[in-house]
Write a protein of this length. Structure first.
Length: 213
């Protein structure tokens, strides 16, 4: 299977190793997106089980995020809808060959979810080496370290149970980026200054933010 080049998304995540996951309806979406931009997040994922998710994708694109993706992509219909909405990448909770093939055919970067060595090997055999480690939180950072021993070429993005406070530990342990959900996009997101400090540190905007004050 031929997969679209990851170069642009990779470059974005190297500079700002966070994918902010928007799941569920929120009347505060626009404010949340503005805050995410202000703390240096450059990649946003909107899940298909979010009401009116296509409109949320459009809003994120209009805000100027470098990459806007669609998550919980579990059918080929979702792939078509993500392409039509203007997404540049898709994310799935698991590994599905038909979904991956549809993404490749539609020019979309696909990041499938994996947990076991068998699933990782299957993804590599499909030509996919940027993978969502899910659910990462319950198994912990030591599990990521253990996986990276035989799979050092894989770009793991731990997601599910990863907190803002622990994100830097995951990165230090070898994660390529982290997927962060409720703490970033839930009700009242952006009101906790400590969360903003953590994110600015992760995305390299801490110094610029302080200099601008």
């Amino acid at each position: 299977m031929t997969t679209p080049p990851m170069n642009s998304l990779e470059e974005t995540l190297v500079a700002s190793p966070v994918i902010a996951i928007i799941r569920g309806a929120s009347s505060e979406l626009e404010g949340t997106l503005n805050w995410l931009m202000s703390v240096g997040v450059r990649a946003v994922e909107v899940t298909t089980n979010t009401p009116q998710w296509q409109q949320a994708v459009a809003l994120a694109i209009n805000k100027g995020f470098a990459h806007v993706g669609v998550g919980t992509v579990v059918t080929t219909d979702h792939v078509q809808q993500a392409r039509d909405a203007g997404a540049t990448f898709t994310v799935a909770p698991g590994l599905d060959a038909q979904v991956a093939l549809a993404c490749s055919a539609n020019g979309l970067i696909h990041i499938p979810g994996v947990l076991t060595p068998t699933e990782i090997q299957a993804a590599l055999n499909m030509g996919i080496s940027t993978l969502k480690l899910f659910p990462a939180g319950p198994l912990g950072i030591d599990y990521l370290r253990a996986l990276r021993a035989p799979f050092n070429e894989v770009r793991f993005i731990p997601t599910g149970g990863v907190s803002v406070a622990s994100a830097s530990e995951w990165i230090s342990a070898g994660a390529f980026a982290v997927g962060l959900g409720g703490a970033l996009t839930g009700s009242g997101a952006g009101s906790d200054e400590q969360t903003s400090i953590y994110l600015r540190s992760l995305t390299g905007t801490q110094t610029r933010s302080q200099n601008d004050e």
